[in-house]
Design a binder for this molecule. Structure first.
Ligand SMILES: [Zn+2]
Length: 135
């Protein structure tokens, strides 16, 4: 467990550099890892704090259900993945009967999933904290 609340280091940090949170080595701003120690950028560090981002969840919904999994709804996410296949199949079937118009069902499904994942509560925090003590 790393504690990254340390004050900003005294090293000169310009607009396009950052310092390694572990060793303070100056790195390019968007460095993925430190070349002096074994620090690596953890893109989903927020989830550990129970703060799933709505924007990230919506973007993950490019694959329907992934955003729901990200927010802590594993079963629901799986259902939406299955639902996506259903929507595609249904869209294809409808498309053959309606000269292509049925394909419009597919993006509607995507939009619905994205709106839904944007609206639901982030469940990451509760599932993580229920197992341990509150602080
Ligand atoms: Zn480092």
């Amino acid at each position: 467990m790393e504690y990254t609340d340390a004050p900003i280091t005294e090293l000169p940090v310009s607009a396009d550099t950052m310092t390694c949170p572990l060793c303070g080595h100056v790195l390019p701003k968007d460095a993925e890892a430190c070349d002096r120690c074994d620090w690596v950028r953890v893109p989903d560090a927020d989830t550990a704090e129970g703060k799933a981002s709505d924007a990230v969840a919506v973007m993950l919904s490019v694959i329907p259900g992934l955003g729901h999994v990200y927010k802590g709804y594993r079963v629901l996410g799986l259902l939406f993945v299955i639902g996506a296949f259903g929507a595609i199949l249904l869209g294809m079937l409808a498309a053959t009967a309606t000269a292509g118009f049925g394909l419009g069902l597919i993006p509607i499904y995507w939009l619905a999933v994205m709106f839904h994942v944007f609206g639901i509560e982030d469940r990451v925090a509760s599932t993580v904290k229920d197992e341990g003590e509150e602080y």
